[in-house]
Design a protein around this ligand. Sequence first.
Ligand code: ACO
Length: 431
Amino acid sequence: MSTSSADLPIDETSRARLADEGLRLAVVDRTDPAAYEAWFRAETRGFHDAAPSPETIAQRHRGLEADRRLVGVFDDTAGIPEQPVATTICWPADLTVPGRRAVPAWAVSGVTVSPTHRRRGIARALMEAELRTALALDLPAAMLTVSESTIYARFGYAPAAFARDLTISTRRVRWTGPVPDGRVRLVTAEQMRDDGPAIVERVRLGRPGEMSYAGHLWTRQLGLGPGDKDAKKLRIVRYDDADGTPQGFAVYDLTMDPADFADHELKVRTLVAATPDAYAGLWRYLLEVDLVSTVTAHLRPVDEPLRWMIDDFRAVRVNELDHLWVRVLDVPSALGARSYGEPGRLVISIDDPLGFAAGTWAVDVDAEGEATVTATDDPADVWMTVNALGSLYLGGVPARTLIAAGSLTGDAERLDRMFRAPVEPYLSIWF
Ligand SMILES: CC(=O)SCCNC(=O)CCNC(=O)[C@H](O)C(C)(C)COP(=O)(O)OP(=O)(O)OC[C@H]1O[C@@H](n2cnc3c(N)ncnc32)[C@H](O)[C@@H]1OP(=O)(O)O
């Protein structure tokens, strides 16, 4: 990487564009507590959150990772001029791609524009600046999880990993899956804080779409984040295999139905399993807690095997969502970083209105599935938008879907043999 993400100067193109409107685009000095507080208050306000307490702000500032790049747009005529009217927070993270490996990607988060300044092109200036910043940092792709799925396609992002919310009627369910010989133990958040990262790491490279994370994004999972209002409700169970090695964990809470004490809802916030045994052991435990009639689980993989491990398939209702959006910036680096299911040469023409990925690219895949990607003048075998490339990239979207949508033309079967991943892409966190 050419320079550290936090130290790179602000993008000049967007700075000049916003300066023409009397606005100042700047990297926020992350070492200055007052500057951080102003940025953080603007970000929480932008997401309609309650104003954070001084203790929460101080704790979040102390825990801010060194690679976080905070950007603000300032308006000296605003009601609270020291607080930015728009924010982003971005950092480099490892994104798992097919082939049990990762590509460094620019994680884009905290995108807010004050309601007083909306629809003046501020978000566009910020988003385009972040794409140029990612390239300046030699990061071949950018990624985000979204508040609304209507915003980011225009910047070249597309859904690449999906997720499901599950609602399980537990009284209809009898466990028919494996009964492993490990143990499920209730543990404290503090115990899990130490045991958990090793389990998360073992899972990460096996699943395209997962990303590296630590710090606040990790402790938040356990209710240990500063100001976490739900912390006291959380229960944590850990699955230890027969040798006593922790292989998985689940975080959940319980809500009583005021009309019937036997009808609690058990909400699974996180379930991470490094082995099939841990998966079975944890789900069986969660489905059999007494005084519960409904188990809900948020943000689960689309290939969740759970319904094959109970006796009533229809006891599980499913709602599917787009979750991780990916934007390819540097085609040779991004496509060269993943593996492919079939050898051969494929020439791809990419349409990218913002220019970053536009061109014709030859993808030469060897017998081991490794690719070399170069610019070429050869005629293209397939044509696609940069959005379609983002959706194909992790191997989770069939080419025929994109052909039907008009964002790709080419041989769907060949594209699927090359691009589809044997494991469905999935990202287990929001960021
Ligand atoms: C990765 C993340 O952080 S996701 C979180 C996104 N943030 C939020 O949801 C917080 C609440 N919303 C906001 O803060 C703002 O409304 C934002 C950030 C979504 C948009 O900011 P704005 O400065 O108003 O957007 P801007 O004026 O630059 O619009 C850029 C383009 O996006 C479009 N757009 C903006 N917001 C939306 C939206 N909510 N839905 C659909 N299109 C939108 C605009 O029409 C414009 O289109 P065009 O340039 O193709 O003509």
